[in-house]
Every structure is written in C-alpha cells, then in structure tokens.
Design a protein around this ligand. Structure first.
Ligand code: KDG
Ligand code: MG
Length: 402
C-alpha cells in the first residue's frame, strides 16, 4: 500500500478544527486531528508546505519510521506546531492500518485492558450555588467524575466559566479578549467551593479542579493542603510547568494528587516530573503530544513511576482526537481518566463517530481504525474564522498566565 496524497481540511463548526486526510492507492484513507487552538493555520502550513510532500509514495504501515523521519528528520525538534503536525500524520496512519487490517486501533495497541474508559465532565457556574447545581446535573446524566470551576467574587470573568454560551469555549473570534486576575481572591474562594460540593453531594463522586497554571509552587502547596479534606481526584496545572523542580515544593506539602501536561508536546516536557514522582497524572493529549506512537511510549514510561494518564480532552480537540484517545485509553494498563468536554451539534454533524458515552464511561466502538469520519460537504459549510484564546492580566495590569 502506498500513500497517494494528503489534504488538510479546515472548518469551523462553532470553533476551528484542522483535520488531515491521508489517501492511499488502495482507496483506504485515514484521518488525523491537527488542531492547535488559536494557532491553527501555522499547523496547516507546516503540514502542507513541509510534511505532506515527503509523505507521497510511502508505506502507511511504517508508523515508527515515518514518526522519526518527521521528528529527527526536521533537525528542529519539539514545539506545539511541529508535534501537532506529526501527531496528525501519525493518527491518520494508525487509522489506515486499522482499516486495512479490519481491526479497531486498540487491538493494535495491546487490546482491551479494561471494558470502558472513565471520563470526567466539566461543571461550571457563576457562583458556588450554580456550580453545585451543575455538578448535580452532570451526576444525574451518569457522570462519576466531574471537574468543578466557579466564578470568583470580585472578578468579572475567569478561566472555565462561560460568559453567555451553554458550554464553556475559551477561544473567541476576533482578537484576544483580556480578563483580570487576583490570586488572593481565588485562593480564598476555591476551598469554599469544594466544601459546599462535598456537603451537598457527599463523598462518592470524583471531583477535579483546574488551577490553569496560575499559582506559584508555595501557593499551590497551600491550596492543595486546604483541599485535602475534600479529597479531590486531582488538582490540575497548579503552576506553569516549565520549572519542573518547582513541583517538589508542592509535593512536600500536600497529598492532593497533581495532574499536569495539557500544554506539553514531548515526553521530555514531563520526564523529570515522572521520574521523580512529582505528579500523579499526565495530561498530554494525542494531538499535541506527537500522536499515538509518541503517547504510547509516554504512557509506558509513566507506568514505571506510578503515573497514570488523564488526557486532555477539551472541545478544541476534534472528535478525531477523542476517538484516538479512547483507543489508547482502553489499551494501556496505567490509564487513569479521560477528559470529556462535549462538542456542539454542528461538530457532531461534521464528524460522525463510533465512540459513545454510557454510565459515566466512554467506549471507542469496534469499527476498524479510529472509528471517526469527516463529512467534507458539511465541513465546507463552516469556513475558518480567526479566533484566539484570551489573555490574562493581574488587577494592576501585569500580563499573567491565562
Ligand atoms: O485550548 C486550551 C484549552 O483546551 C484549555 O484551556 C482547556 O484547561 C483546559 C482543560 O483542562 O480542558
Ligand atoms: Mg486544563
């Protein structure tokens, strides 16, 4: 089998998605997600101008060699644009392999290590009362694990809380919006949120929280300690993780489990964090972490250090990535949890898929390959629109982490 060509499909069914479609001489095609939120067209160019020409004529079964060809062969290594482009190719090739062999991709990765994939949903509210109601609503839908975020008194808007949409979608059309941040107000508020959640909902539900990179290690240590009575499943991205040594400080002070890595794009971004057992969950996604080939290795490395996976699955990863994530989640031994943020109706229409949700878990389905398709005629109805993630400033105007 040979690769005949590949095209990049950009669409915006409510938000932007970039999809790579690789076609073969046997009529089988494969899909890969190439979406990098707010920087979509950089990946399009990287694929179209630099990678796709080198794919023509290759054997799509050579996933390992092709991965290294684009990683080592570029000379320039890592970075979100490069790794998202490589990931898209890798996903599409595993999809082709599965289709050609007539098996779901999880069977090529070791088979089923479990029956289902535990997922967590996002509950948000403008205040504690609304968030408690939202968590309850998701619980009634069958979710066993729910991430809780709430508006912070004294701050007009914050990460994770929708302004006017039903579902939270941080990327906005036009130029980046700006929000204001106060660490003091946040730190005063969050323990009250989780106290209210446990008092109202009891102990059974898994509760998660995303700090979104906004604390220093000692502040994160304080928050983790204050949250201990409410035994969170995890506290996510407590600090920006470039300084991996900083996590030692958090670890020394709290037993609240830590999840990190949605902005990582290489195992090298997390190597020290895992080797020193400074984190509990690795959040790298298949689309931003270099594909199935790279993430299988990262997961196997994590397993040596008692680290489990908890892949990023926000709505800015397309259903193609969600499908790929579910195959890997089902196959690896050290799976922890999978994020599951719902896609809107137009996205569901654009990307028909075999995966489904039932009783708090997801299932990749048993179709050959990844089990996700794209309707190109539907995608064409939703052309690309420039959109950015917001930027965040402290109340005195200092630019801060978003
Ligand atoms: O594109 C950025 C979002 O995916 C990110 O902000 C969502 O933090 C996020 C999460 O945990 O899903
Ligand atoms: Mg996050």
């Amino acid at each position: 089998m040979k690769i005949l060509g590949a095209k990049v499909i950009v669409c915006s069914p409510g938000r932007n998605f970039v999809t790579l479609k690789i076609e073969t001489d046997e009529g089988i095609y494969g899909l890969g997600d190439a979406t990098l939120n707010g920087r979509e067209l950089a990946v399009v160019s990287y694929l179209e101008d630099h990678l796709v020409p080198c794919l023509i004529g290759r054997d799509p079964f050579q996933t390992e060699d092709i991965w290294h060809y684009f990683y080592r062969g570029a000379y320039w290594r890592r970075g979100p644009v490069t790794m998202t482009a490589i990931a898209a190719i890798d996903m599409a090739l595993w999809d082709i392999k599965g289709k050609a062999l007539g098996v779901p991709v999880y069977n090529l990765l070791g088979g089923k290590s479990r029956n289902s994939v535990l997922v967590y949903a996002h509950a948000t509210g403008r205040d504690i009362g609304e968030t408690v109601d939202e968590v309850e609503r998701y619980r009634q839908k069958g979710y066993l694990a729910i991430r809780a975020q709430s508006g912070i008194p004294g701050l007009a808007s914050t990460y994770g809380v929708p302004k006017d949409q039903k579902y939270y979608e941080p990327a906005e059309r036009g130029l980046p919006s700006e929000s204001l941040w106060s660490t003091e107000k946040y730190l005063r508020h969050v323990p009250k949120l989780f106290e209210a959640l446990r008092n109202t909902l009891g102990d059974d539900l898994h509760l998660l929280h995303d700090v979104h990179h906004r604390l220093t290690p000692i502040q994160a240590a304080r928050l983790g300690k204050e949250l201990e009575p409410f035994h969170l499943f995890w506290m996510e991205d407590p600090v920006a993780a470039e300084l991996q040594d900083g996590f030692r400080l958090i670890r020394q002070h709290t037993t609240t489990p830590l999840a990190v890595g949605e902005v990582f794009n290489s195992i090298w971004d997390a190597e020290q964090l895992m080797r020193e057992q400074l984190i509990d969950y690795l959040r790298m996604s298949i689309v931003h972490g270099g594909g199935i080939t790279a993430m299988k290795k990262a997961a196997d490395f994590a397993a040596l250090y008692h680290v489990q996976t908890g892949a990023h699955g926000a709505s800015d990863m397309s259903p193609v990535c969600m499908g790929a994530a579910l195959h890997l989640d089902l196959a690896i031994n050290n799976f922890g949890i999978q994020e599951h943020m719902l896609h809107n109706a137009q996205t569901e229409e654009t990307f028909p898929h075999a995966y489904f949700f039932r009783d708090g878990s997801m299932y990749p389905g048993d179709e050959p390959g990844l089990g996700v398709d794209i309707k190109e005629d539907v995608a064409a109805r939703f052309p690309y629109e420039r959109a950015y993630l917001p930027v965040n400033r402290k109340e005195d105007g200092t630019l801060f982490h978003w």
